[in-house]
Design a binder for this molecule. Sequence first.
Ligand code: MG
Length: 263
Amino acid sequence: MKSKTIYLCVILLGFFAFNTKAQEGYQSLPPKTSPMPMKPEMTEIWEPEVKIVTPANKLGDAPSDAIILFDGKNLDQWVSQNDVTKPAPWKIVDNTYMEVVPGLGNIQTKMQFGDCQLHLEFSAPDEVESGGQGRGNSGVFFQNRYELQILDSYNNRTYRNGQAASIYKDHAPLVNAMRSPLEWNTYDVIYTAPRFKANGSLDAPARITVLHNGVLVQNNVTINGITYYIGLHDYPDAHGDDVISLQNHGNKTQFRNIWIRKL
Ligand code: MG
């Protein structure tokens, strides 16, 4: 009798153990559906159609959706930074290029920009004068704050984060791709404006990629703040789109073929 009871208990325990295990196993099984077979069109996106832009015949010239900031003819897109109600006081030469007039201040665009693609051509003054930061100094200020340096860096040493194609006192260029003073240089820039939070604090700093004469010199670097001559750069205030300005550093730097695309 005793052995019969023990035998029954063993059977019952075995049944419960099996049943519990079976339930656990069932719960952990994936649903009995087979994955949908992928077809090529399942990863194709058609709408909206990508906007058509007609590229220029010559690389470096403006594509069809660019805003022409300077084509050699006039300074209609620019004003004086000393008095924004006045025309830009720099000189137009041969209906081809503009030249800085020392002593007459910076110039700035009438329009304001944030994220953008900028093409600009410049040449150091024809006559080589002075040295270091005193030779062919100018600059492009994005949002009127962040300077991409222009300098005659052809056979002209200065601090590396202050030479041509540096983000002034922030990032040295990867290489020195400067041409001689009697030749034209190109800058092709992709600029991402800084983002600010609702309370005015910095959310994401500005970023910049620069090609100097087709050579990559700034590779999506972080701009660490407003360009200061003295002191560490920072983002003291939130701001939106703003003008692009060109620096008058007292040297007769020349500019031509400037166009921009808003991004
Ligand atoms: Mg400068």
